[in-house]
Design a protein around this ligand. Structure first.
Ligand SMILES: Nc1ncnc2c1ncn2[C@@H]1O[C@H](COP(=O)(O)OP(=O)(O)O)[C@@H](O)[C@H]1O
Ligand SMILES: [Mg+2]
Length: 304
């Protein structure tokens, strides 16, 4: 793949909203070293040796998950700088205007999340090809450049998985196995360095909507968030106006970032997305990708 010819121009408009999903319980299946579905706390009982009567009982604390150990258990991946650069990705800080735009988006996102206590973010767009995957990956790389931070990037565009190719990872396992509980987290997720966990998908899923609607998927995602304890989870989702996958995922998300294509997303499409999210999913911001030169200059983003 050749280098993108147009530079990315990212504008973010902060928006409001209030929706907190209840924190679901851990998943029931899959064999994990770090199963979050803890057994019910055992009861410690002390008996009076003389009478044999119970004199004290108290619940033992639940075992504490150690996210550091969970991260260590993920297989590390090596990424080729050349491959990433060829796909318009920035793994390292760069003076490129597009890289600077992603750093700026990262700061705004973190600020917005901190204000609301959110961390599970959907990346979607009105239609296909607006740059969701590119933006999600660059944003994840920018977030992961912060030392001692924890970011998760997960490919939930199940019909058209793209992140493994984009990152140059050939042997990504089927994410479906994790979502259905057949495989544990450490069997499917990988890590890049110590700050980015990757839930890639090597096999497109035909019945994607059904899988996303399933309680198993909700449980698996909840367990993943609990085990990895990241500051930010970025979910690369299908387009909002194609099917109902985004709404299906709403209970597992805190907010949505809408990627629009400056060359073809229409105001009507953007309004249709806003109406669709409405009270169900707070719109955290709108990212303007492929902004035209003139508009970009006017807003002052991404200029050299
Ligand atoms: N700002 C941009 N400049 C140049 N090419 C871009 C830009 N954004 C996306 N692309 C390219 O457009 C194609 C579609 O992008 P992608 O991120 O896969 O879209 P989506 O995930 O929304 O379907 C990819 O080949 C990607 O490299
Ligand atoms: Mg995509």
């Amino acid at each position: 793949m050749s280098l993108p010819e147009r530079r990315e121009d990212i504008g973010v408009s902060a928006m409001s909203g209030d929706k907190f999903a209840p924190r679901p319980q851990g998943r029931a299946s899959g064999i994990s070293l770090f199963r979050p579905g803890q057994p019910a706390p055992e009861t410690a009982v002390t008996y009076d040796l003389a009478t044999g009567r119970e004199i004290f009982s108290a619940a033992l604390p639940a075992p504490v998950l150690n996210p550091g150990r969970v991260w260590e258990s993920l297989g590390p991946v090596q990424l080729s700088g050349e491959h990433l650069a060829g796909n318009g990705l920035f793994p390292a800080s760069s003076s490129e205007p597009a890289a600077a735009a992603f750093d700026q988006l990262r700061s705004r996102l973190l600020h917005g999340l901190a204000q609301k206590g959110w961390r599970r973010i959907a990346i979607t767009s009105p239609t296909h090809g607006c740059g969701k995957s590119l933006v999600a990956t660059n944003l994840a790389l920018a977030l992961a450049r912060r030392p001692a931070s924890r970011t998760v990037l997960i490919d939930l565009d199940l019909r058209r998985p793209r992140l493994a190719d984009l990152l140059g990872i050939a042997d990504a396992p089927p994410l479906e196995d994790f979502l259905t509980g057949e495989q544990p987290l450490e069997g499917v997720f990988r890590r890049f360095g110590r700050t980015l966990a990757l839930g890639l998908n090597g096999t497109p899923v035909e019945m994607a909507s059904e899988l996303l609607h399933s309680p198993d998927t909700m449980q698996a995602l909840s367990a993943m968030t609990e085990q990895l304890d990241p500051e930010v989870v970025l979910c690369d989702l299908p387009p909002a106006l194609v099917g109902d996958d985004v709404l299906a995922m709403a209970p597992a998300l805190d907010a949505v970032l809408l990627v629009t294509d400056g060359t073809r997303s229409t105001p009507d499409e953007i309004r249709a997305c806003e109406r669709m999210f409405d009270s169900r999913l707070p719109l955290l911001g709108v990212v303007l990708n492929r902004a035209q030169e003139k508009a970009a200059r006017r807003f002052g983003y991404g200029r050299s």
